[in-house]
Each structure stands twice: as structure tokens, then as C-alpha cells.
Ligand binder design. Sequence first.
Ligand code: SAM
Length: 257
Amino acid sequence: MSETQELPAHVAGNREAWDQFAADYVANGEQAWSEDEVTWGIYSVPESEWHLLPDDLAGKDAIELGCGTAYVSAWLAKRGAKPVGIDNSPKQLETARRLQKEHGIDFPLLLGNAETVPYPDESFDYAISEYGAAIWCDPYKWIPEAARLLRPGGELMFLQNSTISMLCTPDQEEEAPLENRLERPQFGLFSMSWEDHSTEFHLSHGEQLRLLRDSGFEVLDLIEIRPPADATTTYRWASLDWALQWPIEEAWKARKR
Ligand SMILES: C[S@@+](CC[C@H](N)C(=O)[O-])C[C@H]1O[C@@H](n2cnc3c(N)ncnc32)[C@H](O)[C@@H]1O
């Protein structure tokens, strides 16, 4: 049996999908690696305003779960952390490795599933995911796994589509713009599979909160992002008019007890 056949079905499907999407993420990765200023998510909101990272990362062992082209890990390294990136897509990691060489910033990059990371318990002080494990891994697997990987007092931050944006996402087509009405029930919200065989995961706030607590985290913050009125994005589905009325993305911060 090949390695891909041994992966859970959603992980194998997401590997195939992300190997295809990877070419579309090269330019964004190149741009983000060359920026010293950290910006986040769909509307590139600035870290200086939203404070998603801890103030002091110097010397911290950090892991990025679903690192893609690994620009977040590069930002952590520039702030003195010792990052490790894990990603499920060989093609995304190909870009990450090239950019590491071009920028002379080296850290371990692993091909693997962020639901089962090959590191011992309590190896890290900080775990982060910007639209990586946060939406592409089964939350009931990756959040307990993040808790296992963190030392007591270690922090987790993840940025993802907001729950309300997923409730307003039409069924028909992945790139269809968000609607100004609810398109699906919240009860039962969990996995969403698309025509390209990719599968995303989203939870209600109540379930997310309970899962974090049950996994050994205390929740520090839930930050609902509102872009500035002149913000721009390359994502066709994310209209600014919508994002100015409802939170289009959300960041969770939690600390391992
Ligand atoms: C949107 S990218 C996130 C990286 C980057 N922050 C960005 O926004 O471009 C999503 C990444 O999650 C990765 N991914 C999907 N499923 C994964 C899994 N089970 N384990 C690790 N990475 C996974 C994909 O391969 C992809 O590189």
C-alpha cells in the first residue's frame, strides 16, 4: 500500500487538491516571504493592529500546522523563534524550500498530516495555523494533537473563516460570493467537501470552545476580524461589503493548562 493510500480519505483528497492549488499560491508566498511586516488572512490585516502573535517569540520552539509556503514560519524565525513547518502537500513544500534558500532562512519542513505529528509530547512552546490545520484538518484530531505537542503554558493561535461566513457560503460552488443570508444550518456544521475533492472543517463557536477546553486549553481570546473600509483582496467570494458588516474571519488564542 502506498503512503497516500494509508492516509485518511480527507487527508489524501486534500493532498491531491493542494498539490493542484500550489501553483496559485506561489506569488502570495513569494510576496509574504519578502515582507517583514506581518499581515493576516483574506484582507492582509496588519499584525501591528490585530496582535495575533505573542509579544515575545525569542528562543521559542514553534510549530506551524499546515504551513503551505511557510511564510508564517519565516516571520516567526525573523522574530527569534525556532520554527518547524509541517504540511500535507509536497508541491507547497517545494515552494517553501525554494523560498528558504532564496531568503537564507532555514528551519525543518516536514511532509505530513498535522493530525498526527512525528514529534514527542511537549516539544513546543507555540503552535500556529493560518488557514492550515485550522480548516483542512479534522478539529477533533488536530486540536488534541496541538495540545499534546505543546508544553504546559504553551500557546496556540489559529486563524480561519468565521463560523458565520461558513453559514452564509452557498452550496453550489466553492468560489461563489458570500450571501447576506444563512445558506445552511449551524447544527451539524462540521465537514464541507467540494467538487475538487478537498474537504474543509468548521465548527460552531460553542463546539470549538468545548473542544479546546476538553483538549486541555484555556481560551484566551476570540478575535473577529473587520478589514479597513479600503481593504482589497484577491478572493472573489469575500466581498468587502459583506466583511464590513459581519466578521469574515476569526482568530482563536488558547493556552495549554
Ligand atoms: C491556505 S494554505 C495555509 C498556508 C498559508 N498560511 C496560506 O494561507 O497560504 C493551506 C495548507 O494546509 C495544508 N494542509 C491541508 N491538510 C493538511 C494536513 N492534514 N496536514 C498538514 N497540512 C495540511 C495544505 O497542503 C496547504 O498547504
